[in-house]
Design a binder for this molecule. Structure first.
Ligand SMILES: Cc1ncc(COP(=O)(O)O)c(C=O)c1O
Length: 404
């Protein structure tokens, strides 16, 4: 099918939940993707922080091909080796002792919320069930993960949402201290908010948050669905801060594009999940966990995370260079290869214009351009993007001002 045929069929048969960019894709390799007509695009979106090893990664492809011919799915009635090996790799490299596997970020958060409530219930009895989350957070689009997502516009039309959530301003330790109460069992937070605008928790705030929570035996849940798995130049974003949660949620890049989610916890907390308390038919299949093992082994190999830090710092410098030259750039922020540029005008047309020129980026919160390239991106790809980005920004800033 050509692009026009795909778009026309989609218009008839797909629910309209996505405001798609005007582009169909058929092929990817490394940091490049192609449309059906053969036009190449340099990818600074990576499937929204998912394809971190790059498109068509040969190690992942080989692992998937081998596993698909061996054993794809068993259900969680049985033990499987790839699942336990992946859990071992994850727990050896962070605070956690145990893992629950599911299929997406929202599901990983749903499991974390259930686990926190069950831990509190087992220890303190009923009524201590409330979860605090932060303004502009994003935790998913279903059930309790939607209720935890403190963006009221995303709730409209779906009330009543599950009860037991309250929202606090991000980076405000005083508000957190004042909110502590007997009915709270956990605080759920992204160390760096992704969809909310690439907003970084300050060092003092995240450290203080962990201290306050510990003093009330309130569990700390880090949602690292977007910023985990090497994105910040550390395997997990909280490792930048020198703090540890009780529970952590992963998804996105964990299997480089195969659907997977994971909820990790300390042994003490994980004990609250006994047989029959939680489950997922597809969670942690041999197929996806075999792919995820390759992802983790690749990211843990010497040099991988250093590369993310080095290219990330270079990229951020280049973006800051543009900020110095152009007053319409209000801020540049982020860590590693989750970077953002805040404009004083809406960024939607910048994205479509860049797409037409062969560069994929995305825009969040109306005026924040977000850069989430595959973590294998090099300085040369950054050097290709920057002048085109500058030219496009100047054009769109002028056009926007003319319209006003
Ligand atoms: C921080 C965070 N949590 C949860 C989610 C939801 O993940 P999923 O779309 O896989 O359900 C996302 C998705 O963007 C996310 O960025």
């Amino acid at each position: 099918m050509n692009s026009a045929e795909i778009k026309s069929l989609e218009n008839k048969v797909i629910m309209k939940t996505y405001g798609r960019y005007d582009l169909a894709l058929t092929k990817g390799q490394g940091c490049t993707v192609w449309d059906p007509e053969g036009t190449a695009y340099l990818d600074f979106v990576a499937g929204l922080a998912v394809v971190s090893l790059g498109h068509s990664h040969s190690g992942v492809a080989q692992a998937v091909a081998a596993q698909v011919q061996t054993l794809v799915h068993t259900s969680n009635l049985y033990y499987t080796e790839p699942q336990v090996r992946l859990a071992q790799l994850l727990t050896e490299n962070c605070f956690a002792d145990r893992v629950f596997f599911c299929n997406s970020g929202a599901e990983a958060n749903e499991a974390a919320i259930k686990l926190a409530r069950k831990y509190s219930f087992d220890k303190y009895g009923g009524g201590r069930h409330k979860i605090l989350s932060m303004d502009k957070s994003f935790h998913g689009r279903i059930g309790t993960s939607l209720a935890a997502t403190a963006q009221p516009d995303k709730h409209v039309g779906f009330q009543p949402l599950p009860a037991g959530f309250a929202y606090l301003p991000f980076n405000d330790l005083k508000a957190l201290k004042e909110a502590m109460a007997e009915d709270i069992c956990a605080v759920l937070i992204e160390p760096i908010q992704g969809e909310g605008g690439v907003n970084e928790a300050s060092m003092n705030y995240l450290k203080g948050l962990c201290q306050v929570c510990r003093s009330y035996d309130v569990l700390v849940i880090f949602d690292e669905v977007q910023v985990g798995m090497g994105r910040t130049g550390r395997l997990f974003a909280h490792q930048l801060y020198g703090v540890e949660p009780d529970i952590m949620c992963l998804a996105k890049a964990l299997a480089n594009g195969l659907p997977i989610g994971a909820t990790l916890a300390t042994d003490k907390v994980a004990q609250a999940f006994g047989p029959g308390t939680h489950a997922s038919t597809f969670g942690g299949t041999p197929l996806v966990t075999a792919a995820a093992i390759v992802v983790l082994e690749t990211m843990l190999a010497p040099g991988f995370l250093e590369h993310v830090r080095e290219v990330g710092a270079y990229f951020k410098d280049q973006l800051n260079g543009l900020k110095k030259k152009h007053a319409f750039i209000k801020d540049v922020r982020g860590q590693g290869l989750i970077l953002a540029m805040q404009l004083d005008f809406p960024g939607g047309k910048v994205v479509s214009s860049l797409t037409a020129k062969g560069y994929l980026i995305n825009c969040i919160q109306t005026n924040v351009l977000r850069f989430l390239p595959p973590l294998i991106v090099g300085k040369q790809e950054v050097d290709q993007l920057i002048p085109v980005l500058e030219e496009t920004l100047v054009e769109e800033a002028a056009a926007t001002k003319k319209e006003l």
